[in-house]
Design a protein around this ligand. Sequence first.
Ligand code: NAD
Ligand code: TDX
Length: 332
Amino acid sequence: MSTKKILVTGGAGFIGANFVRYTAEHRPEYRITVLDALTYAGNKDNLAGLDGVELVVGDVCDRDLVDRLTADTDVVTHFAAESHVDNSLYDPEPFVRTNVHGTFTLLEAVRRHGKRLHHISTDEVFGDLPVGSTDLFTENSPHNPSSPYSATKSGSDMLVRAWARSYGVHATISNCANNYGPYQHPEKFIPRQVTNLLTGERPRVYGDGTNVREWTHVDDHNAAVHTILDHGTAGETYLIGSSAERSNREIVELILELLGHQADAYDHVADRPGHDLRYANDSSKLRALGWRPRYGDLRQGLADTIAWYRDNQPWWQTHKTIAETKYAEIGR
Ligand code: NAD
Ligand code: TDX
C-alpha cells in the first residue's frame, strides 16, 4: 500500500471532521493534515482520539501557510467555509473573505505546486426549485444564489471552474444537498430542534415549514468525495444527493415522534428572508461512478443522530447557548 498525503481544510468542522474520521477508518493509505482556523464552528475535540492526524491551526486565506502545506501534500480537499445562511444574512463579510478569498488562495497554491484539489460546495448555488414539482438540479443548472452564503459559494465554484479551464488545475467540484449526522453545530436545523427538545424547549420552524430539503447523511457525502477523488474527471462537477426529500415540518414531526412528543408540539417563528423553497439533486452522474447512499432510511439515520446528541451534551451545550443568544437577537 503506497501512502498518500491529504490536506483537509475545515477538517475540524462538521463535514470535514466526519471526513477525517471516515478517511482514517476506511482509507488507511492517507496521511491526514487538517488546516482549520477553529472559528466558532471548528472544534479540535471533533478530532479527538485520532492518532496520526496533524492539526494545523491557521487561516485558509494565509498565503504563506497555505503554500507550505500544499507543497507538502498530494491531494487537497477544501471544506473550510463560513457555512450558515442565517449568519450570512446578519454579517456577510466573513463569508466573502473565507469562501471567496480562501478558495482563491488555495487555488493559487495548487496551481503553483501542481496538486489535485477537490472543492466541496452546495446545491444552494443553483437557487431553489418550486415546492410540489419534480424538477431536479443538474450539473448544468445555472447558478442563481439567494443568500450571501450561497453567492460566495457560487463565487468559489466559479473560481475553481476558471482555474481548471484556464490554468489546467486538476480540480473537481461537488455540490451536495443538506447533510445531517454527528458533530453538526447546534445552529443548524436538525441539531437545533433535537437540542431544543433535549433541553426542554420547543422546536422552532421558520415560516409555514413547507420548505423542502434533500437530506444526505454526512458519511454518504464523504464516501462520495472519495469516489470523486478516485474516479472523477478533472474540471468536472458532480451533484450529491440521497433523494430523501422532506419538508421542514415533516422533519420536525419525525424528531418529535422519535423523542416521544406530540407531533404538533412545535412553534412557527419569523421566516428567513429570501428563504429557498426546495432543493433536490440529480446525482446520476456521480452514481455512474459507483456511488450509492448507504443511509437509505432517513428515520434510522435521524434516530442514530438523536442518540449521538443525547449522549454528547457536553460537546454541544456551550455552542448551543451562544447560538440561541444570536437567534434571540434576530427574533428566530
Ligand atoms: P462548518 O461550519 O461546520 O465547518 C467549517 C469549518 O471551516 C470549521 O471547522 C471552521 O473553523 C473552518 N473555517 C472557517 N473559516 C476558516 C478559515 N478562514 N480558514 C480555515 N478554516 C476555516 O461547515 P460544514 O457544515 O462542515 O460545511 C463544510 C463544507 O461543506 C462547506 O464548504 C459547506 O459550504 C459545504 N456544504 C455543507 C452542507 C451542510 O449541510 N452542512 C451541505 C453541502 C455543502
Ligand atoms: O431553527 C431553524 N428553523 C428552521 O425552520 C433553522 C436553523 C432552520 N430552519 C429551516 C431553514 C431551512 O429551510 O430549516 C431548513 C434547513 O436550515 P439550515 O440547517 O440552516 O440549512 P440550509 O439553509 O438549508 O443550508 C444547509 O444546507 C446546505 C447548510 O447549512 C449549508 O451549509 C449547506 O450548503
